[in-house]
Design a protein around this ligand. Structure first.
Ligand code: SF4
Length: 326
């Protein structure tokens, strides 16, 4: 690419994120952005980026963006030979199980999740023994091995719908105790849960929301359903990251606060310059392991490939596909 073209593309890419990245910080990103765009073409690769990725990843190098459900759905339509997942390990596993013939890479193998690490496949088998006959609904924020032990998966965006679709008075929903409690209240279904929590959303408190309202009169509060129920009670609306994004898009509140991971507000703020975003910042240390430089290294060296035992992949795929068919 010529210097002039490179400059032009860098300038227009910077325009996408200038609301949240100061001009003096952009040169630190520009070379990696150029290299990643070049490598994607050379490798026939696409980048899937979760809503919690930082804006220079989300807006400048990603091909497909969204929440866990959107990424799982879109992963099925990918034509490229290589998929780089800018997200955490369970997302890369989901991409691999839906694309067994493709190479799926994650830039940092240590990018985990407090929910995914809270439960094992053996735990699910013990739950089934203890509560026979109850269907097992597993949040997508789990390993493939845990999904493979489950009847159906769910995301924060469709958990209510999935529970209702089963038509059972009592179900097992793992591993997020807060999501389970929030869905139980919404559906009236008795839910047996697990002692897992998202370390980002668990940190928000009802008192913090009341303080935010007092300090920012008129602010609209949107909360993620992984937050504790008393936090959800203080919010004006509770929904997945995709639902929060749609809320801002359609309602255009004057001032809003997103009670979720920090980068999400940055990514939505870029698209809605007329909305004033209040930003309490809880970062996910696992999501933040993914950077432009390790995405670049991932494409340069084809690292780190995500593989799944075929028997586990088949069981997990069935649970994910059941969800996608609801
Ligand atoms: S934000 Fe929470 S649920 Fe998402 S990856 Fe981080 S720890 Fe897991």
């Amino acid at each position: 690419m010529s210097a002039a073209l490179a400059f032009d593309s860098r300038t227009s890419l910077y325009d996408r994120v200038r609301r949240v990245i100061p001009p003096m910080e952009w040169p630190a990103f520009a070379d990696d952005v150029d290299a990643i765009l070049r490598l994607k073409r050379a490798r026939n690769a696409v980048i899937l980026a979760h809503n919690y990725m930082t804006p220079e990843i989300f807006h400048c190098v990603a091909d497909i963006t969204g929440d866990s459900l959107a990424l799982a759905r879109e992963a099925q339509t990918v034509r490229a030979e290589i998929i780089v997942v800018a997200g955490v390990h369970f997302m890369a596993e989901t991409a691999k199980m839906l694309n067994p013939g493709k190479t799926v890479l994650i830039p940092d193998l240590q990018a985990g999740c407090s929910l995914a690490s809270s439960i094992t496949a053996e735990d699910v088998r013990l739950l089934r023994q203890r509560y026979p006959g109850r269907p097992v609904i597993t949040y997508v924020n789990t390993s493939a091995a845990v999904k493979a032990e489950s009847d159906i998966c769910c995301t924060s965006g469709n958990a209510k719908k999935i529970v209702e679709s089963l038509g059972e008075p009592e179900v097992i929903m793992i591993p997020d105790k807060y999501l389970a409690a929030n869905v139980a209240r919404e559906t009236g279904v008795k839910i047996i849960s697990w002692e897992g929590a998202c370390e980002v959303h668990e940190r928000f408190t009802a008192r913090q929301i009341r303080t935010l309202r007092a300090e920012n009169p008129g602010v609209v509060v949107l909360a993620h359903p992984e937050c504790p129920p008393d936090v959800v009670d203080e919010a004006d609306f509770a929904g997945s990251t995709a639902a929060m994004s749609e809320y801002v898009q359609h309602r255009q509140p004057g001032r809003v606060v997103l009670i979720t991971e920090c980068s999400m507000a940055d990514n939505v703020a870029v698209l809605h310059p007329k909305v004033d975003f209040v930003r309490p910042c809880n970062l996910c240390p696992h999501m933040k392991r993914i950077s432009l430089s390790n995405i670049r290294a991932s494409l340069e060296n084809l690292q780190h490939e995500v593989t799944i035992d075929p028997a586990i992949a088949a069981g997990a795929r069935q649970a994910v596909e059941r969800m996608l068919n609801v």
